[in-house]
Design a protein around this ligand. Structure first.
Ligand code: NAD
Length: 337
């Protein structure tokens, strides 16, 4: 049994605590910590059978019973907590991104070097049933050599302006998942990126120095091309589709909906909108990624998303921002790491 501690009891900390408790047989959440732990959150944690509820994550790091920690706190705390956790000899599952600061990611990599600890980054979309099927088809050679990867990734609604201000910008906050998806589906690193952006959903987002709409093209190291289109608001809901086109064919997936019912009448043909947002669409993927982390902690294989997989999308996001700011294609090699 893998004994886990969860650091951060916000949205994603709660998702992981519940999915481990209800879906993962070889793991148990022993402790959860959050400096703003409310009585309500503590009662929720106890209702899941979590024995130790604390306001200080050091209680988790100092507990010799704990094998691994899930870092689910605010992004700006991830790297420092990860380094402390590594020093405390805990396996680490770190939510994305490891940090928005490349120097901090380097520090985490240094701390990890020479240890045999497991370190996984929370790029959960790799464990979505649709995207896994695309990757499997590509890996099995069913579509031949990869020529083009196309990703559509649109949120159902724009976040609050308070969130936008601290998000690190659309590329580090939202597109980062799509950058990971391009690497995952193509099996290749990125060579060069060109990003164009606009503020079409909410002009106040531009006043925060960000964009809400983007089209990004990439050249990959294996010679293939990739394109991502993003919007912070699709009127019909969470739009998450992918296609890989190759020398022998193409593989594509569409959105998940609550049902596949299509109603056809004299006035037209209608179906259900996509599942509302990431908590609905990607719930199963959150369980699967942590389940694989627990297996790795038990010595059954390697983590499926390692620290380099955590670093690369941050490098790509930095290159995308530079491209947007300078209005030109940017090579990844221009980003100093
Ligand atoms: N993989 C995904 O799809 C996904 C989805 C949502 C969020 N995330 C990531 O998860 C992280 C948290 O996001 P969220 O939406 O749950 O945010 P949130 O604001 O709901 O929760 C963050 C929690 O961290 C707590 N916290 C802050 N400092 C802490 C510390 N030092 N120790 C312990 N807890 C601390 C806060 O009090 C808060 O309760 C972010 O890095 C975000 O990028 C990933």
């Amino acid at each position: 049994m893998v004994k886990l501690g969860i650091i951060g009891a916000g949205r994603i900390g709660k998702v992981h605590a519940e999915s481990i408790t209800f879906n993962i047989k070889n793991a148990e959440v022993l402790s959860i910590a959050d400096p703003f732990m409310s009585d309500e959150a503590a009662a929720w944690a106890r209702s899941l059978g979590i024995k130790n509820v604390s306001k200080d994550y050091h209680d988790i790091l100092n507990n010799p019973e704990i094998d691994g920690v899930l870092i689910c706190s605010s992004t700006n705390t991830h790297a420092d907590i990860a380094i402390e956790a590594i020093k405390a000899k805990k396996n680490v599952f770190c939510e994305k991104p490891i940090s928005q600061d490349l120097a901090k990611i380097k520090e985490v990599m240094e701390a990890l070097k020479g240890t045999d600890l497991k370190f996984q980054v929370g790029f959960n979309r790799r464990f979505d049933h649709n995207f896994e099927a695309v990757r499997e088809a590509v890996k099995a050679g069913k579509i031949g050599d990869v020529h083009v990867v196309k990703i559509t990734s649109r949120d159902p609604d724009a976040p609050s302006l308070d969130y936008v201000k601290v998000s690190g910008g659309i590329f580090l906050d939202m597109t980062i998942h799509d950058f990971d998806m391009v690497r995952y589906l193509s099996g290749s690193d990125v060579e060069e990126i060109y990003a164009s952006g606009a503020c079409l959903v909410n002009p106040a987002i531009a006043e925060c120095g960000d964009i809400d709409t983007a089209v990004i093209t990439m050249k990959l190291k294996n010679g293939a091309l990739a394109v991502i289109d993003n919007s912070r608001k699709a009127a019909y809901g969470y739009d998450q589709r992918a296609e890989v086109f190759g020398s022998k064919g193409q593989v594509a997936v569409t959105n998940d909906a609550p049902s596949t019912a299509v109603i056809s009448t004299e006035s037209g043909v209608t179906g259900e909108k996509p599942l509302y947002f990431f908590l609905e669409r990607y719930m199963a993927s959150f369980s699967k990624e942590v389940s694989m982390f627990c297996d790795a902690c038990e010595g059954k294989g390697e983590v499926p998303v390692d620290i380099n997989d955590g670093l690369q999308p941050v490098l790509i996001a930095k290159a995308a921002k530079k491209s947007l700011d300078e209005g030109r294609p940017v090579k990844l090699s221009e980003i100093v790491f």
